[in-house]
Write a protein that binds this ligand. Structure first.
Ligand SMILES: Nc1ncnc2c1ncn2[C@@H]1O[C@H](COP(=O)(O)OP(=O)(O)OP(=O)(O)O)[C@@H](O)[C@H]1O
Length: 235
């Protein structure tokens, strides 16, 4: 990836519903995330964290404002171009339940490459490499039901990273894990993202999770009300 790739949101607003039932989920958000940077988005329930994540990732369209990735506005792309961009340049990690239960770990991790037309042998080899980096050597053939929660999240991280994305979006990535396992998963996620030069955007309620990120932004009522640089962050 080129080091200049930056994710930038300008004056982002999002209103759900009709004019009579409108919810103003985002009310003017500016945010820039550079290569290798990690940002935690925190704030109370309903403050707009997930909406912001979905807009940044091009999953939802803004009501007004713009999201630029690598200098290109996501809203200027066709649905098809946006889907292709999401698959190639963005990786996703969710709370849980994101792996396909019938596929072994290595195929789950290889999926973005397979969907992008990479041959099975190469895709699996690259997935196995990531599983190895994430401490999952020996579990490549296991199905998600045969993995612990922490192992399954690391398979999801391998899948998010396997296509060398420029940005990884994570929504409560440790929400289904105990504290120690969550710590290990965040360590794996931030270390791998940094090694790859990928930006990382994490939505979380958990200050322990946010501590792994270089920057914390706090949201209230659809706005960023505070930004905190973390000098001591591991990322
Ligand atoms: N699809 C939708 N339709 C209508 N309103 C929505 C929709 N999605 C979210 N909202 C509303 O938008 C606001 C922001 O929601 P959002 O999910 O972004 O908040 P959040 O900070 O991620 O909350 P939580 O921490 O509970 O996940 C809330 O008032 C929510 O009810």
């Amino acid at each position: 990836m080129t080091p200049s790739r930056t994710l930038e949101a300008v004056a982002l607003t999002k209103t759900y519903g009709s004019p009579t039932t409108a919810t103003h989920a985002l009310a003017g958000v500016d945010l820039t995330v550079g290569p290798g940077e990690s940002v935690a988005i925190m704030g109370p329930s309903g403050s707009g964290k997930t909406t912001l994540l979905h807009l940044l990732a091009g999953v939802l369209a803004p009501t007004a404002g713009v999201v630029r990735w690598d200098g290109r506005s996501l809203t200027d792309l066709s649905d098809r171009e946006r889907t292709a961009l999401r698959r190639r340049d963005f990786g996703f990690v969710f709370q849980s339940g994101q792996l396909l239960p019938e596929l072994p770990a290595q195929e789950n991790a290889a999926l973005p490459l397979l969907l992008d037309g990479v041959g099975r042998a190469e895709a699996t080899a690259r997935a196995r490499q990531w599983l190895g980096h994430l401490g999952l050597a020996g579990t490549e053939e296991r199905r998600p039901g045969e993995l612990s929660g922490g192992q399954a999240q690391r398979v999801a991280i391998a899948r998010a990273l396997v296509g060398s994305p420029g940005v990884i979006f994570a929504d409560e990535p440790t929400g289904a894990l105990d504290r120690t396992t969550g710590w290990e998963v965040m360590k794996a996620l931030t270390t791998a993202a940094r090694a790859q030069g990928a930006a990382l955007v994490v939505v979380t309620h958990d200050t322990e999770v946010a501590r792994w990120c270089g920057r914390i932004v706090e949201m209230r009522d659809g706005r960023i009300v505070r930004e905190l640089q973390q000098a001591g962050a591991t990322s």
